[in-house]
Design a protein around this ligand. Structure first.
Ligand SMILES: [Zn+2]
Length: 117
């Protein structure tokens, strides 16, 4: 792709990501937002948006770094724990929300890795 085509592609991915997140928020504020079907749909849209970001918008170095973190986390049992931060070798705490399945992570080092998805 030419740089111009790459920019247009990236802009399209960002729009798709924003639309998915907007649709998820729309579901979350409905009167029936507590129903499992609405929660599942919102979670799927959030996962789709996160997947678009990881697959197309983040630089490859970040993808590799985050993939290593997710592999280390998935090798652990339970809904929370700590792994070695791939960035600074410090302690990175993680927790999975048992309600919506979101994975939160934060390195102990100020300004280092931190995410919620
Ligand atoms: Zn770190």
């Amino acid at each position: 792709m030419t740089p111009r085509e790459q920019a247009a592609f990236k802009a399209g991915i960002e729009v798709a990501q924003q639309m998915a997140l907007t649709a998820a928020v729309t579901l979350e504020v409905r009167d029936d937002a507590r129903e499992l079907r609405q929660q599942a749909a919102a979670a799927a849209l959030q996962g789709f948006a996160a997947g678009l970001k990881i697959a197309f918008l983040e630089p490859p170095a970040d993808q590799t770094r985050m993939r290593r973190v997710f592999e280390a986390i998935s090798a652990q049992d339970g809904d929370s724990g700590t792994v070695e931060c791939p960035e600074c070798k410090g302690r990175l705490s993680w927790a999975r929300d048992s309600f919506n399945g979101h994975l939160h992570g934060q390195c102990e080092t100020d300004g280092c890795l931190r995410w919620m998805q």
